[in-house]
Design a protein around this ligand. Structure first.
Ligand code: GLA
Length: 420
């Protein structure tokens, strides 16, 4: 409770204090405004591309980057929307006498500008990787203390995408560190996608939407459907473990700011059913789709999975609403994603390594999404569906009765209402 003594200051003192507070507010406001804004429009749908890390780690050079760009065009990946060719860790050499970062001359002898020109000549875009600490996760020079200089260098080279990692950052806070790099990129004058990679530790979904286009939500993905790999200090999460970590995060995603579930492992050794389910889950969750396989030598079946236009269209839907789980029945789960134009995508996922029998009576559940304020009552309205993988079709007047293979999905596009 306030006392008279506490509230009654002399008028002049109160005026001085008020003026000082106003000046401080103005100053803080101005300082706040002098942060440049992240580029708009470069990730209004989740970004799509390829990244070197999952398959190649540090075994990278300019020739394989050029060959990857060639393969993205030839295989049809570019035609379905995969446009970024992203070089991950290990491209860096040392800084020169002025502190400018140089590419590793042995593996990138022509330099990054030449590589960007080549990639742009194919109608694609080039991405690069750095780290908020003094060194990257593989011990190369990071950007700490060189943020503005590095962003200007990237702009001069013609870089279109920056993934920014979080190794070697003891005592640092993620939000200001990523804000600095975001500002550096904005001030470089070249629009670039900015991808936060701090593994979800500081809840980046709560702050990164203002400064970045996506943020990793988990530790690194591990190439398996339902497992976890924890050698020593690091953890790798299989597909289902990454999915389960998205609980509660959908409200933070939307056009220009996405929950990143990490790069894809499609084509890296899981079964075809698992690869289809993996891509479908990432599509439903509106995650960036960044390929992690060797696209120069992928099998025809991998190529066909990755170029499924219907599944990609679900990911790239312009509403940008992340799916919600609408049903969990033992190993069987159903996810729903409201789409533009009144459509929905529905994914039936069998998490088990045994087949599951699906008996889905559409009329028993009103499909409701509080976030997008959309709902469908199938007692009132009949929707047509088509399975984006098997191409089977049907409508919601009859229940869906089918056997779902282990670790696989039905990925249904619901359009309607169907004509009577
Ligand atoms: C971290 C990131 C990975 C990859 C490596 C590179 O682990 O999460 O995606 O960039 O570093 O060293």
């Amino acid at each position: 409770m306030k006392t008279k003594h506490m509230t009654h200051k002399p008028l002049f003192t109160r005026w001085v204090m008020t003026a000082a507070a106003a000046a401080l507010t103005l100053f803080v406001g101005a300082a706040g405004n002098c942060w440049a804004q992240k580029a708009e429009g470069v990730a209004s749908t989740p970004q799509m591309g390829w990244n070197s890390w999952n398959k190649f780690a540090c075994e990278i050079d300019e020739r394989m980057i050029r060959e990857t760009a060639d393969a993205m065009v030839k295989s049809g990946l570019k035609d379905v929307g995969f446009q970024y060719v992203n070089i991950d860790d290990c491209w860096q050499g040392q800084r020169d006498a002025d502190g400018n970062i140089q590419p590793d001359a042995k593996h990138f002898p022509s330099g990054m500008k030449a590589l960007a020109d080549y990639v742009h000549g194919k109608g694609l875009k080039l991405g690069i990787y750095s780290d908020a600490g003094a060194t990257t996760c593989d011990g190369r020079p990071g950007s700490r203390g060189h943020e503005y200089q590095d962003a200007r260098t990237y702009a001069r080279w013609g870089i279109d995408y920056v993934k920014y990692d979080w190794c070697d950052t003891p005592g640092m806070n993620a939000e200001p560190a990523y804000t600095t790099m975001s500002d550096a990129i904005a001030k470089s004058g070249r629009p670039m996608v900015f991808s936060v990679c701090e593994w979800g530790m500081s809840k980046p979904w709560e702050w990164a939407g203002k400064v970045a286009h996506s943020w990793r939500t988990t530790p690194d993905i591990y190439n398996c459907f339902d497992c976890e790999y924890s050698p020593g200090f690091s953890t790798g999460l299989g597909v289902l473990r990454v999915l389960d970590k998205q609980a509660g995060l959908r409200k933070f995603a939307g056009p220009g700011h996405w929950n990143d579930m990490d790069m894809l492992e499609v084509g890296n050794g899981m079964s075809e059913d698992e690869d289809r389910a993996h891509l479908s889950i990432w599509a439903m969750m509106a995650s960036p789709l960044i390929l992690g396989n060797d696209v120069r030598s992928m099998s025809e079946s991998t190529r066909r999975i990755l170029t499924n236009r219907g599944v990609i269209a679900v990911n790239q839907d312009k509403l940008g609403v992340q799916a919600l789980r609408v049903l969990a029945d033992g190993p069987l789960e159903v996810y729903a994603k409201p789409l533009d134009g009144g459509q929905w995508a529905l994914m039936f996922l069998n998490r088990s390594n045994q087949p599951a029998d699906v008996h889905h009576d559409w009329k028993k559940q009103v499909l409701t999404d509080d976030l997008s304020k959309r709902s469908v009552d199938f007692k009132q309205t009949v929707y047509r569906w088509s399975d984006l993988w098997s191409k089977k079709t049907g409508d919601t007047s009859a229940s869906l009765d089918a056997r779902l293979a282990p670790h696989s999905v039905f990925m249904l596009l619901l359009s309607g209402p169907a004509k009577p």
